[in-house]
Design a protein around this ligand. Structure first.
Ligand SMILES: NC(=O)C1=CN([C@@H]2O[C@H](COP(=O)(O)OP(=O)(O)OC[C@H]3O[C@@H](n4cnc5c(N)ncnc54)[C@H](OP(=O)(O)O)[C@@H]3O)[C@@H](O)[C@H]2O)C=CC1
Ligand SMILES: O=C1Nc2ccccc2C1=O
Length: 289
């Protein structure tokens, strides 16, 4: 079984540096694929309220723990996210309750992220206050954000009632989308970076430019892409719902790209966004009257 190292978040909690993404993983396969992922060594799963598979993912973790009594709940890291229409203090409180209800089989949630900054100053603030209270309740261990640009992070870090800093910013990152300024800002602020869509949502796995590296390291193109995220110091979230890809994707942990090769892959940046791009979403002060 593959063993994946963890990094310590500014909340004091540890997170395994590879997590299984489950966006577009259908409800009827989510529990099984999560359980198979845990079998081969995954200890971290990334879901969201808007993926409509939170309950199935948590039940997959719970049933695996039952089958493996020597493993402890604390060894597994489960993330979910607050969806954009649920921003604002009251709505977020309710959304947290709903996610906790779906996670009742695993007792608590390791990490809740604000899925994106797409609302307004007041609602983003209310959402953060509700998340801070969830940490104080003990049912949510760490909180963070996703798709936040530098300006959204600066807004959050300036809240007068900031009690918990964001542990993580989860953003799309791969060699064709390197976001150097945001990466530097997060690293300076000790906010860990999670790379989502590390395979460019599957769109660049067969890019012939990867062949040289795949040959040099005797690895697959997908493993080279996951290894690039790891070499950059990102926590990485490859998604697969294909059982045979679980183990090879996880084995990317053993691929150590040399500095020159990381530099070459960095140079491919062409701001290729394969999903959505809320990072420039305007602050209220930037919106036109
Ligand atoms: N916060 C946010 O806004 C977002 C978060 N995310 C998170 O990041 C995760 C990963 O991102 P995602 O966009 O899903 O895309 P990925 O970049 O992880 O790519 C997934 C695609 O690549 C395929 N694939 C997986 N492994 C291999 C392999 N070894 N060889 C060839 N193809 C492969 C998958 O197919 P198959 O499943 O059929 O094997 C799927 O089609 C998401 O699941 C989600 O958890 C993603 C987007 C936005
Ligand atoms: O994984 C995701 N894919 C998405 C596409 C659109 C909006 C949100 C998301 C995700 O979180």
């Amino acid at each position: 079984m593959v063993s994946v190292p963890s990094v310590k978040l500014n909340s004091g909690k540890s997170i395994p540096v590879i997590g299984l993404g489950v966006w577009e993983t259908a409800q009827d396969v989510a529990g099984t694929i999560v359980s198979k992922a845990l079998d081969v060594g995954y200890r971290h799963v990334d879901s969201a309220a808007c993926y409509y598979n939170e309950q199935e993912v948590c039940e997959g973790i719970a049933s695996w723990l039952k089958k493996n009594p020597s493993a402890k709940r604390e060894e597994i890291f489960y993330t979910t996210k607050i969806w954009d229409p649920e921003h604002g203090y009251e709505k977020t409180k309710k959304a947290i309750e709903e996610s906790l209800e779906k996670a009742k089989s695993i007792d608590y949630i390791d990490l809740i992220l604000v899925h994106s900054p797409q609302s307004d100053d007041e609602r983003r603030h209310g959402t953060w206050i509700a998340l801070q209270e969830a940490v104080d309740s003990g049912k949510v261990k760490s909180i963070g954000v996703s798709n936040y640009g530098v300006k959204h992070l600066k807004e959050l870090l300036a809240y007068p009632d900031l009690k918990y800093r964001p542990t993580i910013n989860q953003i799309e990152l791969h060699p064709w989308l390197a976001r150097p300024d945001l990466v530097e800002f997060c690293q300076k602020e000790r906010i860990e970076i999670e790379a989502y869509s590390p395979l460019a949502h599957g769109q660049r796995v067969n890019d012939p430019k990867l062949d040289y590296f795949a040959k040099k390291y005797n690895k697959t193109n997908a493993q080279i892409l996951i290894a690039w995220s790891l070499a950059r110091g990102f926590i990485v979230l490859p998604k697969t719902a294909t059982e045979s890809r679980l183990l090879p994707n996880l084995q990317s942990i053993d691929v150590k790209l040399d500095d020159e090769d990381v530099k070459t892959l960095n140079s491919w940046d062409e701001h290729l966004v394969t999903g959505w791009d809320p990072l420039d979403y305007p602050l209220d002060s930037e919106k036109k009257a």
